[in-house]
Design a protein around this ligand. Structure first.
Ligand SMILES: Nc1ncnc2c1ncn2[C@@H]1O[C@H](COP(=O)(O)OP(=O)(O)OP(=O)(O)O)[C@@H](O)[C@H]1O
Ligand SMILES: [Mg+2]
Length: 582
């Protein structure tokens, strides 16, 4: 997992290497300073050697400046590497999501994809930035300070050996607790994100059902549990501080006691034993050694905190897109708009109990107009989604222009099979921009023709800005029926060989619906048209009507045939006629 994520460092490899290197420089300087100080005191001040004092003071200034320079450089490189890493990671994830098929997308909720791309990546960026500095700094500091302390006086350094086990024991006891809590917090974060996204996305529904209070309650509950968990984690972490203080001051006391004895015994003579200057450096090393251990524990905590986001980003990156163009010899041309379903069965996922389509056998000639009727959940959408290969069949095969859809280059196939989805969306931008999704090079005349065909031209020109009218995100500033007609026009601009309208005129009045169908018949006779509808009137004049029932083709025929042969069709027709009479 770490290896896959580390691949995102790419061109930021150098800053990622330079940052810890500079950090080593900074630590080396920080550890050297107490040594120079000890010398300055013992050989300069105590022996009243002014020349030596000046010499060491200059060295001190150089060390301090070098430490500052190394420190800043390390921070700079770390920031550069981390932001670069986050940029690449986000890019990789976004790019990968674009290659997802519908069934890949079914596995992740939209909320979860957004969270992964935003807060999870930000979290990893922060961890990465801290890690490349702290993970190097603390062990380096521990080792170098320990060596320097031992260099001064091995016997006195034994004091650390007494303090270290206490501190390590405390950390080993505390960290697992914190581990568990942070793990839980991040799972709760997911829930919080889902609630927020769902609520904001569906704010209109929330308002119309007067669910604001309930939704707020849900949010407050989850937010409260995050607060509680964080408090517990911080409380445990806060215990760290007194233990650390205890060890630091314990060490200082012990070092003062034993050190002072040593200084007195040696008469403050560097040749005979410990000096005052060396003793004061030992104090600095005490703080350095123990604080580096603390930092080390922080590194562990941070790693735990980032384990969840790491897993989630990796999960997204490692999801294999299960619909790709054939690797070799992809068919690059769709010869005509004929469609054949041969013994097609389909399941949404391997674990799904029921097949959504069962043994479908259907042959549609090029240029035909086909109506598809069936109750809700009878798999109408499922059936047509197989034609542009939004899903792959489980058994059998779907052919377009006599070729199995799996053999086509995906782009070629989808360019020729335009589908107006049942749950369609417009994107924020002008009407023109939205229409040009269908064909980026379409001229204004072509745009107008498509809009006339879809009966959208009149209402568009009715807007003050006409084709330059701005559409809000999700198309909230146009009516349901207007949105549907814009979506049809957008699909028409592709000049497809097959046009699929999945319940795309459900919000359009019957008269306009009839006008659209008439325009289709007259203007694009060569295009195979599949029209899913709830109204018999919408498909009555089709060349062929397919009745779906529970994932199976119940009947096929023209309006007249079906009135004779299909009980379901007759029942639906009669009930709608009666509705019309009333
Ligand atoms: N993405 C999906 N994952 C799993 N099951 C699904 C998915 N989409 C649809 N289904 C299931 O497949 C069956 C057929 O659904 P489908 O959307 O094809 O029906 P439909 O005939 O288009 O209905 P409607 O008239 O309401 O649009 C339903 O039982 C539904 O629960
Ligand atoms: Mg449907």
């Amino acid at each position: 997992m770490i290896r896959r994520l580390a691949r995102c460092i790419r061109e930021y490899k150098w800053p990622a290497v330079l940052s810890p290197l500079c950090m080593i420089g900074e630590v080396a300087m920080e550890v050297t300073i107490p040594l120079v100080m000890a010398d300055l005191y013992d050989y300069g001040i105590v022996m009243s050697n002014m020349e030596y004092v000046v010499q060491k003071a200059i060295l001190l200034v150089i060390c301090a400046l070098a430490s500052l320079a190394f420190g800043s450089a390390s921070a700079f490189f770390a920031a550069k590497a981390a932001t670069g890493f986050a940029k690449n990671l986000r890019h990789d994830m976004y790019h990968h999501v674009q290659s997802f098929s519908f069934s890949n997308i079914d596995k992740f909720s939209t909320a979860s994809i957004v969270t992964r791309l935003t807060s999870d990546v930000a979290n990893l960026q922060m961890t990465f930035q801290m890690m490349i500095r702290m993970a190097i700094r603390s062990p380096m500091m521990l080792i170098l300070a320990m060596i320097s302390a031992m260099g001064i006086n091995v016997r006195l350094s034994l004091v650390f050996c007494a303090a270290l086990p206490i501190l390590i024991f405390a950390l080993v006891m505390l960290v697992p607790f914190v581990f568990k809590i942070f793990d839980r917090v991040f799972k709760t974060y997911d829930k919080l994100n889902t609630v927020v996204q769902e609520n904001v996305h569906g704010i209109r529904v929330v308002k119309s059902f007067v669910r604001e209070e309930k939704e707020t309650e849900k949010f407050t509950g989850i937010s409260g549990s995050i607060y509680k968990d964080f408090c517990t984690a911080e409380r445990i972490m806060a215990l760290n501080s007194p233990i650390m203080q205890f060890c630091v001051y314990g060490c200082m006391l012990a070092i003062s006691w034993f050190g002072a004895n040593m200084v007195i015994a040696s008469g403050n003579d560097p040749a005979l034993g410990l000096t005052t200057g060396q003793l004061s450096s030992m104090f600095t090393y005490t703080t350095q050694i123990l604080s580096s251990l603390m930092m080390f524990s922080m590194v562990f905590v941070m790693l735990t905190m980032s384990r969840a986001p790491m897993k989630r980003c990796f999960e997204l990156l490692s999801e294999e897109p299960n619909l790709v163009s054939p690797a070799q010899d992809a068919v690059m041309q769709v010869s005509d708009g004929s469609i054949d379903f041969e013994h097609v069965s389909f399941r949404y996922s391997a674990s799904a109990k029921h097949r959504a389509l069962k043994e479908v056998e259907l042959h549609i000639p090029s240029g035909a107009t086909v109506g598809i009727l069936g109750g809700t959940g009878s798999s109408k959408t499922t059936l047509v989604q197989l034609i542009p290969r939004l899903y792959d069949v489980t058994e059998g095969c779907v052919k377009v222009g006599g070729v199995d859809v799996r053999n086509y280059d995906l782009e070629v196939l989808r360019d020729q099979v335009a589908m107006v989805l049942q749950k369609n969306v417009l994107f924020s931008g002008t009407i023109k921009e939205n229409l040009r999704w269908g064909n980026p090079n379409a001229t204004d005349e072509e745009l107008e023709r498509a809009c006339r065909l879809a009966c959208a031209h009149d209402f568009i020109t009715g807007f003050p800005d006409g084709y330059d009218t701005h559409i809000e995100q999700g198309g909230t500033n146009v009516s349901g029926g207007q949105k549907q007609r814009l979506c049809i026009a957008r699909a028409l601009l592709k000049k497809p060989k097959i046009l699929i309208l999945d319940d795309s005129t459900s919000a359009v009045d019957t008269r306009t619906d009839a006008m659209i169908r008439q325009a289709f018949r007259e203007e694009i006779p060569g295009t195979t048209k599949l029209i899913i509808a709830q109204r018999v009137a919408s498909v009555q004049d089709a060349d062929m009507i397919v009745i779906l029932d529970n994932g199976m083709v119940a009947d096929v025929g023209t309006h007249e045939d079906l009135l004779q042969s299909s009980a379901i069709y007759k029942e639906v027709y009669d009930s709608q006629q009666k509705g019309g009479d009333r």
